[in-house]
Design a protein around this ligand. Sequence first.
Ligand code: URA
Ligand code: SF4
Length: 258
Amino acid sequence: MKTNKRYTVLLNHAESGCINDPVFDSDSITEVQNYINKSFEHSDGSDGYELVDNIAEKSIKFWDEKEMKSLRLDSIRSVIDRCKFCGLHKYRQNTVFGSGNPDAELMFIGEAPGYFEDKKGIPFVGSSGKLLDDAIEECLGCERHKFYITNIVKCRPLDNRNPNAIEIGACMPYLKKQIDIIRPNIIVTLGKIASQILLDTGKPMKEMRGKRFEYRLKDRVCTVIPVYHPSYILRNFETIDKWKIDFKKISYLIKGKK
Ligand code: URA
Ligand code: SF4
């Protein structure tokens, strides 16, 4: 059985007696592992989420916020790694969950992994990723690791076609869970698909780009700024100035300026 950080954390807690849960009364490590594994095998993984969320709540005294977020994200990653909710699972080499700072104040959301992302299991590592990294460095003055980057769907559509409504519908609960855990103040949607899906609108990019919108999840509201997708910039290089203007707006928002 694969032992990842999530198991290690849970087992440490069980062994140190920090968790007052009947499941962890067992001193058999295999039994605990089986229980955790079984929880994640339920149809939508929600029992698994709840289990880890409960444990995270109980462990609040022992973990700082960032570690707790990271633990909760790990639990979703392991569900996604086994996910077969839509047809995209058939062709993937790797799922592309998301990367970066689990406690980021800003999240970038793209559309779907491409060839290189599928190979590496990391979002935006191809040529559009390079352009995104450059814009982050030049306009926001930092590296991508300061933020969190993910996509609307976590598996690559073959031939880089757009994900369809069924695939998006199947994968959205994962994105919502990521947003719920990370709790960013700002979300930057990259391109038409991510912007239209998150904002539940059919508006074209030219009406949305660089403007501020709201996204509500549970008790929270975050500011959403749609920008062009970096691959659109690569195909239409004359639009790069507009892209940089929009990134400057993001930088003002981060700094709390109007
Ligand atoms: N395009 C996207 O939308 N996401 C990636 O991760 C890579 C390219
Ligand atoms: Fe599951 Fe999302 Fe991959 Fe579809 S795209 S198989 S819903 S992780």
